[in-house]
Design a protein around this ligand. Structure first.
Ligand code: ATP
Length: 553
């Protein structure tokens, strides 16, 4: 075998990556397209192109393999038992009544009194910081950490840029009065370092004595009204009549279909506590502000598993699953340096939950901060108890073996507790895309997608060096052999450099080139995506070469 010198792949962090560039590559290479693009798109919906669906399926299949077909061993070294399910997207509305979604699944929204724009209350400051033109510009007018505030500069800003970008901000509408509130704030506490949020509240407030400090609209700077609940479930009707009685909902999570089938699974499968039921599928949420590409969309996919166990063991299982799920993301190619585990504070927890941890990733749009990728919740017996009550059906677990062993009643008759690892499949795909995106100026493509080989949408490309002299025929023979096992592509167009560049952007880990030597000695060139290094191997070794590197991981 001959080997050409390899080059080291550059190290790059999420903060160095541009989301615009990632989105452009995904469009250019057929990973993700805006839904109904030819009609101008539709906010919060995305279509997954030929490479996107392969990547998504790879992630889904790996999850299924590692959660259902071959779950990890438990803390005692014994194999865990998890079964799969595929429940309907539309269920009897009573399911959502019992689960609490009909009454409580809503976001607190505030409406701008001036321009009518809606903003989610708990995201206001995040949206101001990342998505508000005027806020960004205003911040540059003062340097809060040093405490320096140039009143004249702010007045000047109000008259010019403010008028254009934030016409409804108090500072812009009534600069003199607003600045006098502001001056009082500064004079009142000359030594305390001013806090940006508080300063901006002053600048958004015209009549402090009448209204209290205001929070401004990210769009126009106007005053925001009180928070009102905004229901997140999409509604439709089942059947011919379209009345309240025929109203149905698109599921906002896959989990409830698992709880409603808990008894069916117990009655039909030989599962024993503890065990899990897993499901992958579409969920729908009428998100108020779908944003950050496929991070928050209105139609998305989830991979959820409900782990049922004895209440006394739930805490231990919770710890187990948080660790497992973190390690799983690392196993599909996510750099652990870009992941954190964030334990929810008490005031973030649902009233029935005793613990919840998020596995968060440093997305380019959150860096240096993090955003949720997967949540692992200790849900207690909330869901089963609610369905027991609403469906009037006994859902307690009875453990014959423990009874016969003479254990006390609370050990053999109980309502199971549930640990729920809930991951976003489409959000996970975004993580793989962000993680793989690797700018590299030394290549013709200037970028390559460094997917873990097992996740790559195309596993290998086969190129005849030229489209004649028997090379295409030999290439096709190899192509036909490999496509029986993996997603591979044969490409005969353009010069070899352009073909490599295309595969670099698709994230194809290996390219095999058939040249004139191949015809003489049955060898091919393998090019490695990450190093751009090349070596020659015998054509009969190609399948094993790929198997070792793709299926072996
Ligand atoms: P958030 O707080 O971001 O709205 P959540 O905590 O309500 O999310 P869960 O109900 O726990 O999310 O859903 C589990 C997982 O489903 C999330 O960790 C995320 O990966 C994914 N997910 C939730 N909402 C969306 C969405 N609108 N678009 C894409 N993925 C989503």
């Amino acid at each position: 075998m001959t080997q050409t010198p390899t080059q080291a792949a550059p190290v790059i962090t999420p903060a160095d990556k541009s989301m615009d560039d990632i989105v452009a590559l995904c469009k250019r290479r057929g990973f993700v397209f805006p839904a109904s693009e030819i009609y101008g798109g539709i906010n919060g919906f995305w279509d997954y192109g030929p490479l996107g669906i392969e990547l998504k399926n790879n992630l889904r299949d790996r999850w299924w393999r590692d959660m259902v077909t071959c779950p990890p061993d438990g803390p005692d070294g014994r194999p865990l038992d998890i079964v799969g399910l595929d429940s309907a997207i539309i269920q009897n509305p009573k399911v959502w009544e019992a689960s609490g979604h009909l009454a409580g699944f809503a976001d607190p929204m505030r409406k701008c009194q001036k321009c009518g724009h809606f903003v989610r209350e708990d995201q206001l400051w995040e949206i101001l910081a990342t998505n508000s033109k005027w806020f960004d510009d205003l911040l540059q007018q003062f340097t809060p950490h040093t405490g320096e505030i140039d009143t004249l500069r702010l007045m000047e800003w109000a008259k010019r840029k403010g008028k254009k970008y934030a016409p409804n901000l108090a500072l812009v509408r009534n600069p003199e009065v607003t600045m006098s509130w502001f001056a009082q704030r500064i004079n009142g506490q000359p030594d305390a370092p001013p806090d940006v949020q508080e300063l901006v509240r002053y600048l958004a407030t015209e009549q402090l004595h009448a209204t209290g400090l205001q929070e401004p609209c990210p769009l126009c700077g106007g005053e925001l009204g009180d928070a009102q609940p905004f229901k997140l479930m999409f509604e439709s009707y089942a059947g011919l009549t379209q009345t309240e009685d025929s109203k149905v909902y698109l599921r906002p999570e896959t989990a409830q279909g698992i709880f409603t089938n808990y008894k069916n699974v117990l009655d039909t499968m030989r599962v024993k506590m503890p065990f899990g039921i897993a499901q992958v599928g579409k969920s729908f949420r009428n998100e108020v502000t779908p944003r950050n590409y496929i991070f928050r969309s209105r139609e998305f996919e989830q991979m959820e598993m409900e782990w049922f166990c004895h209440p006394d063991e739930a805490k231990q299982w919770y710890e187990f699953w948080v660790q497992q799920r973190h390690d799983w993301w690392v196993s599909v190619g996510v750099n652990p340096a870009n992941l954190i585990r964030r334990e929810h504070d008490c005031d973030e927890l649902a009233h029935y939950s005793t613990a919840c941890a998020d596995i968060e990733y440093q997305y380019p749009f959150t860096a240096p901060g993090y955003g949720e990728l997967e949540g692992i919740a200790h849900r207690g017996d909330y869901d089963l108890s609610k369905h027991q009550e609403h469906a009037r059906l006994k859902l307690e677990y009875f453990d014959q073996q423990r009874k016969e062993a003479g254990e006390p009643e609370d050990k053999f008759r109980y309502m199971p507790h549930v640990i729920e690892p809930a991951a976003g499949l489409t959000r996970g795909m975004l993580v793989l895309l962000c993680e793989a995106y690797t700018p590299d100026d030394s290549r013709p493509s200037k970028v390559f997608m460094k997917f873990d080989p097992s996740m790559a949408p195309i596993k290998a490309a086969i190129f005849p060096l030229v489209n004649k002299d028997g090379m295409p025929e030999k290439a096709e023979e190899l192509y036909r052999q490999l496509r029986k096992r993996w997603a591979v592509q044969m490409d005969v167009k353009q010069n070899i450099g352009k073909r490599y560049a295309r595969m670099d952007e698709a994230g194809t880990p290996y390219c095999f080139t058939i040249d004139s030597d191949s015809l003489a000695d049955d060898t091919v060139t393998v090019r490695d995506r990450d190093t751009a290094g090349q070596q020659r191997i015998n054509i009969s070794q190609v399948e094993q070469y790929l198997a070792d590197r793709i299926d072996g991981v």
